[in-house]
Design a protein around this ligand. Structure first.
Ligand code: ATP
Ligand code: MG
Length: 283
């Protein structure tokens, strides 16, 4: 049985549970216990605070964990990153009061910086030869400058609205982060093969993301024009319709280019265009 540590509640919880669900790993959240076993996959889920996930994976209390890369790097625990998951994106940045002129990294020399990420910050300052006074606080870091607790902060930024609300400006991005799947380095062979199966499923979910299955009817005399518009390495499926002179064309499109391509298809005589979500895709 493979054990995965995930965030019990917070910003990564929902997306993590959705990833497991879309990978067809059923977890009943009804019981709300610390440890829940999947009903259809050899996996159990351990619900923890994100701070505790790196250590529990490194120590083997859990075989796997899903945690923000920022938290993983900060904790300096020994585990392997096996997959970057593409959600929970944010960055760790230095910010200073917005009305102060920023003169470059030297500005931080001798300054007091409030943060919940002291080891990442210490490492960054050390690499850049800056001596700053790092002040650790665990919550509401962004208010520290306005109450006189620090000159600046080092914290998570995603949209930047928290900084604006606290009259701060971002001056240096130190690290980009996203949720990562981490694994204990001493997993049994049996658990490794369960992990491979899980990774295979996660990959299929991820490949299908942002992709649409598109079907349309096309008059045969315009088929080559329509097929020419469709991107991709594989040629689309073309099947004759019962109605003489028409064909049905099936293909997979990237969501990003979708509207642009659909309008070209319409202009080329495609009709009855159906667009379907793809649940999983194995390439
Ligand atoms: P816990 O109670 O588990 O200790 P927490 O309060 O420490 O939770 P959250 O605020 O839930 O942590 O954030 C968890 C992770 O989500 C962060 O470490 C970071 O990787 C990611 N994240 C993504 N965007 C943001 C954001 N805008 N603000 C904070 N965290 C974000
Ligand atoms: Mg935490």
């Amino acid at each position: 049985m493979l054990r995965i540590a995930v965030q019990a509640k917070g910003r990564l919880h929902e997306e993590t549970m959705r990833l497991l669900e879309e990978s067809d790993v059923k977890i009943s959240l009804a019981k709300r216990t610390l440890l829940v076993q999947s009903s259809n996959f050899p996996l159990e889920v351990l619900f923890l605070r994100d701070d505790d996930i790196p250590q529990s994976v490194a120590a083997g209390v859990a075989d796997l964990g899903i945690v923000g890369e920022n938290e993983f790097v900060e904790k300096q625990e020994d585990a392997a990153i096996v997959k970057r998951l593409g959600f929970g994106r944010c960055r760790l940045s230095l910010a200073i009061p917005k009305n102060i002129e920023y003169t470059g990294l030297d500005w931080f020399e001798g300054k007091k910086i409030a943060t919940s990420y002291p080891s990442i910050l210490k490492d960054f300052m050390c690499r850049n030869g800056i001596h700053a006074d790092i002040h650790v606080i665990t919550g509401s870091v962004e208010v520290a400058p306005s109450i006189g607790l620090a000159d600046s902060i080092f914290d998570i930024v995603s949209s930047g609205s928290t900084l604006v609300n606290n009259h701060l400006k971002e001056v240096e991005v130190v690290m980009e982060s996203e949720a990562v799947l981490i694994a204990n380095r001493g997993m049994t062979q049996e658990n490794k093969s369960v992990l491979d199966e899980l990774l295979f499923r996660m990959e299929a979910v991820k490949t299908a993301e942002n992709k649409k299955y598109v079907l349309m009817n096309v008059p045969n005399d315009r088929l080559s024009e329509v097929v020419g518009i469709l991107p991709g390495m594989k040629s689309p499926t073309v099947m004759p319709l019962a109605q003489e002179g028409w064909s049905s064309v099936h293909t997979v499109l990237d969501e990003e280019r979708f509207w642009e391509i659909i309008s070209q298809l319409k202009a080329s005589g495609a009709q009855g265009i159906l667009v379907l979500s793809i649940e999983k895709m194995i390439v």
